[in-house]
Design a protein around this ligand. Structure first.
Ligand code: B12
Length: 245
């Protein structure tokens, strides 16, 4: 336990000010709710952390990153920024083996390398609302995707990565339940409706009162199709890159 608290403090010390949150969990909690095709290939007592980006990430990590790094045209700039900061974490933890998995990584069978929402739920970071949480299901044959809601940021966050410590066993880690902040049946239906059929208007993110949300600048950035974002960064004053470094 000492080890988790210590590791958590070291990682949080680096990531929190950049606009990231980390939440520890045991691989066994994650694997227990998933079929074997989605299992993480580690034993049950292995320690992992789920990494979330919160609204402050844009100003605290992303903009400074753009000023200092030459962007590779092939990859998404936000993904590059997150990769950069998590690689620094790995370098700083020289005494530990760390496996890092990113939300966008796919396995050869085209399944995601990990299910971000399940990890967020079992770690207690954000409640994962799914169709089966609703009793009077109004959607018939339609496919309904689930969505996580964070108790402080509503839907204004993203689930970015897992940090897994294959040499650290934490048999006694206590599981915290995620906060069930969308409480009524009606609100849950509204949330799933908005996430599935109106996600472009951002309104699912405001299903609860939030402490902080994306700035207008951040919204414009994320509303721009990925292929045009690089151009936007090159042209927008606020996001201008410093080519003099
Ligand atoms: C593929 C994908 C898509 C696909 C398919 C969506 C899907 N859910 O299958 C498409 C392209 C449609 C899509 C769209 C969007 N996506 Co998307 N997507 C993903 C991705 C990469 C994988 C999801 C996936 O394949 N899941 C597989 C299915 C089978 O998993 P599942 O439905 O959760 O089922 C499992 C659980 O039910 C579990 N289970 C069973 N019982 C229990 C019990 C408990 C308690 C628990 C916890 C679990 C559990 O078992 C099931 C598997 O057998 C994730 C990132 C990631 N790596 O996870 C992002 C992700 C889900 N997407 C996200 C978002 C935001 C979006 C969009 C709004 C677009 C955007 N990026 O802005 C839209 C909205 C949906 C829409 N209306 O189209 C976010 C959601 C954040 C959140 N707050 O929940 C994620 C997590 C990305 C991120 N980095 O944050 N997406």
């Amino acid at each position: 336990m000492e080890c988790v608290a210590h590791l958590e403090k070291r990682i949080r010390g680096n990531l929190e000010r950049l606009g990231f949150e980390i939440h520890p969990f045991k691989v066994g909690w994650y694997n227990a709710v998933l079929p074997s095709a989605f299992h993480l290939p580690y034993s049950n007592n292995i320690l992992a952390f789920v990494v979330l980006s919160v609204p402050a990430m844009f100003d605290n990590a992303f903009k400074p990153f753009l000023k200092n790094q030459p962007l590779e045209k092939i990859n998404d700039p936000v993904d590059q920024c997150i990769f950069h900061h998590l690689s620094l974490i790995r370098e700083s933890l020289t005494d530990q083996q760390v496996d890092i998995m990113y939300d966008y990584e796919m396995l050869p069978n085209r399944k995601p390398r990990f299910l971000a929402q399940t990890a967020a739920h079992v770690s207690g970071a954000a409640y994962y609302y799914q169709r089966k949480d609703v009793q009077r299901d109004p959607w018939g044959e339609k496919k309904i995707y689930g969505v996580c809601i964070h108790p402080c940021y509503g839907g204004w966050f993203a689930i970015r990565a897992l940090l897994i410590f294959p040499d650290v066993e934490v048999p006694f880690l206590q599981q915290t339940s995620p906060i069930n902040c969308v409480r009524t049946e009606g609100e849950k239906i509204k949330l799933l409706d908005k996430f599935n059929f109106h996600w472009r208007d951002w309104s699912y993110r405001d299903i609860i009162e939030v402490k902080e949300k994306y700035s207008e600048e951040q919204k414009v950035y994320f509303a721009t199709p990925p292929a045009e974002r690089l151009k936007l960064l090159e042209h927008q004053g606020g996001l201008q890159r410093n080519t003099m470094h």
